[in-house]
Design a protein around this ligand. Sequence first.
Ligand code: NVA
Length: 277
Amino acid sequence: MAVSMKRRNFVSVTDFTVEEIWNVWELAAQLKTKVKSGEPHRLLEGKQLAMIFQKPSLRTQVSFETGMTQLGGHALYLGPDHISLGKRESVPDVARVLGRMVDGVMARVFAHDDVVQLARYAGVPVINGLSDDEHPCQALTDLFTIYEKKRRIEGVNLTYIGDGNNVAASLLLAATKMGMNITIISPDGYEIKSQYVQRAKIDAAKSGARMQFSNDPYDVAGSDVIYTDTWASMGQEAEAEKRARIFKSYQVNDALLKQTDGSPLVMHCLPAHRGQE
Ligand code: NVA
């Protein structure tokens, strides 16, 4: 694999080219094999990663921290009370300080612009570990999982049903870039932000991916993968009851899966709320 030595950020799926994403997947596949066989794979020997969390996390914290250790590096957890990003200190100041002490920053933030600012000022690679608008690591990993299961990306029909949120936006960007067909089904008023649809159109025209949008929860015929996410994301807790009423008919259940005319993979980024989505 050709590794570019230029400093790179991963704030959005759009930051990587199609070739770079395939390179990441190829490396991920190699590392998975090495982990299983116990072969050393210490590609980040001596490197430090600062992990900023404004929101809770299970998978992101454990996977990044474990990953850094397995690769020979070290990860530092900076929780919401540790640095109070943007309150105790401005985002550019936090970025500049961290950039002098660590080799990379991963950040889970509310405002997407905070991770954009970190990337602008840190001087070291910055990875978006979820913002209110995007969740690029999730989408890249999900498409890799689909590839592992289906052995192809092009021509796979991925259907996302639920809130047009951060996960949906990143899945749309990733699928259209990589040539996977995608349908997004959301209730009226909860669709994906138009800026992502516009960008996805450009990438779909290049890759040949088909993209469709619907408000009809039963528009799932022909889906190879059904994907859903929580109806109320982190930070939207106050809207949870209202959303539960609005999203009720968008539940992934046996009746909905029957409409797919097949046995699709069912995916969820987690945490899942059983009995709801
Ligand atoms: N949309 C969810 C994803 C959690 C991984 C949230 O932002 O809370």
